[in-house]
Design a binder for this molecule. Structure first.
Ligand code: ADP
Ligand code: GLC
Length: 474
């Protein structure tokens, strides 16, 4: 074994998920084990997770953890070495991990400071005879963990923070400094101060030994004002300690060979059958490319562009199925598209993992018109399933898809359609390209094949994390 890592996060598949963060946190332990690193994952005991505690052991107690007692439970659950922080006053409530019907939980600063506090404590003292070499925090929810560790004396333990999405920064008023157990002396611009308040993400960015984000392009974008969302200067100041490591996808779960109608790059008949079933299930009849969107319906994802480009795409023979939920105005907008184009556009509002598999298997293309995209996973599912990605040239989308052009087609490397900038004009032109490509069966089959051969597993990324941990400890 090369070393031990404690991962501190607010989501982890298969226990709790609102987005790709959970997929990544859940996949890393196994991926790292394959290259000799042992990783345990610390997450909060949200209400839905409390039944797990019955199968776990209480191993660490902290009285008076931001308004009540905290207990860390340990156990191997679903193949993951899990540490769960039970603190009912903070986590045992109905609703999502970050909020309920009324919006964000009012005590989110305390809730995730508590998680981070326990992460730092485990990093310093160890837990049940196990002591990490590296503390690896994720996003604003884990941001205070490297800070507590640094302020209390990290010893030999190194820390890493990974930015999955800079749009969420963990803002809190500076009046919480004492309550959050932060040293008053650190309240200055090079330390904890952030536009007059506090940001747990900034705290992690200024104190961690290394900063990673989930694609090389996003790592570069984060240092620019258009993408840094206020933190660009903080990250640029540490640019020698910033790197981008692409996410992988779980190729056992996302496998065309394992779908209801299996197919593979050598035997594509199953995909045609899956397409027919998908169209029948949704009452669609689509002569051109059948596209899908599987996404949170938010501004980040460029969903508002769909009404501007879909009518022309439909007129050119295309079809669309949207699966997602989020912003009510965007939900209404995509519903409107289905009403306007019966037999060509279908919409399912909600979250449905099984349906998403059926859609990736049966569709011809997946659309990801994001304004920014730290990594993105659905374009990689698309690659794996020969469901040609149509993506904006930003973040991880730019790093994972090779756009069709005369040169990339001639070289036999194109895997999708890439457009820039993220606006209706460029997106519409990309869909025109998609329709043209689909109309040339030999070229289409070539692009599908290139896509399916493109490696999207965790191997390369796990090796990159392992190399980073190794360098930090050397
Ligand atoms: P983000 O984390 O920004 O939402 P990612 O592309 O990294 O974007 O990850 C999104 C994950 O959530 C993917 O695994 C995607 O398939 C899944 N997902 C998003 N919306 C839905 C939905 N409505 N139903 C099923 N899966 C969804
Ligand atoms: C964030 C990003 C997404 C990324 C995911 C996992 O939610 O929006 O692009 O793939 O984190 O790193």
């Amino acid at each position: 074994m090369k070393g031990r890592v404690l991962s501190v996060a607010s989501e982890c598949v298969p226990f709790v998920k609102t987005g790709g963060l959970a997929d990544v946190v859940g996949a890393l332990p196994q991926a790292l084990a394959a290259v000799g690193w042992e990783m345990k994952v610390l997450i909060p005991a949200y209400r839905a997770l409390r039944p797990l505690l019955e199968k776990m052991d209480a191993v660490l107690h902290e009285p008076g953890l931001f308004g009540g007692d905290g207990t860390v439970y340990a156990g191997r659950v679903e193949g993951i070495d899990l540490l769960v922080l039970d603190a009912p006053h903070l986590y045992d409530r109905d609703g999502g991990p970050y909020g309920g019907p009324g919006g964000d939980w009012w005590d989110n600063p305390q809730r995730f400071a508590a998680l981070s506090w326990m992460g730092a404590r485990i990093a310093r003292e160890g837990i049940a005879g196990w002591r990490p070499d590296v503390l690896h925090a994720h996003d604003w929810q884990g941001g205070f963990a490297p800070a507590y560790l640094a302020y209390q004396g990290a010893g030999a333990v190194k820390s890493v923070i990974t930015v999955h999405n800079i749009a969420f920064q963990g803002w809190a008023p500076s009046s919480l400094m004492t309550e959050l157990r932060l040293p008053a002396a650190q309240f200055h611009p090079a330390g904890l101060e952030y536009y007059g308040g506090l940001s747990s993400l900034k705290a992690g960015l200024v104190t961690a030994d290394w900063i990673t984000t989930v694609s090389p392009t996003y790592a570069a974008e984060l240092m620019r004002p258009e993408f840094g969302m206020g933190l660009q200067g903080v990250i640029a100041a540490r640019s020698a300690r910033v790197s981008g490591i692409l996410n992988g996808v779980d190729t056992a779960i996302w496998s065309p060979e394992a779908e209801a109608v299996p197919f593979s790059v050598k035997a594509m008949a199953g995909k045609a059958e899956a397409r027919a079933t998908l169209c029948a299930d949704f009452g669609l009849d689509v002569p051109g490319p059948l596209a899908i969107v599987v996404s949170r319906l938010t501004d980040q994802k460029g969903i508002d562009l769909l009404p501007h480009v879909v009518p022309e795409f439909i007129a050119a023979g295309g079809g669309l199925i949207v699966l997602g939920s989020g912003d009510p105005a965007l939900e209404a907008a995509v519903r409107g598209l289905a009403d306007d184009h019966p037999g060509r556009v279908a919409v399912r509002i909600g979250y449905n993992e099984a349906l998403s598999h059926q859609m990736f298997a049966g569709a011809d293309a997946v659309l990801v018109p994001s304004r920014f995209e730290p990594c993105g996973l659905t374009q990689m599912y698309g690659l794996r399933y020969g469901t040609v990605p149509v993506v904006a040239a930003t973040g991880g989308l730019a790093d994972t898809v090779i756009g069709v052009s005369p040169a990339t087609l001639a070289a036999g490397v194109a895997t999708g359609v890439v457009f820039h900038p993220t606006d209706a004009l460029a997106f519409g032109q990309a869909l025109t390209k998609l329709v043209e490509l689909y109309g040339q069966p030999k070229l289409w089959a070539q692009v599908q094949k290139n896509a399916m051969m493109h490696p999207v597993g965790w191997e390369t990324s796990a090796a990159a994390y392992a190399a980073l941990y190794g360098r930090l400890l050397a």
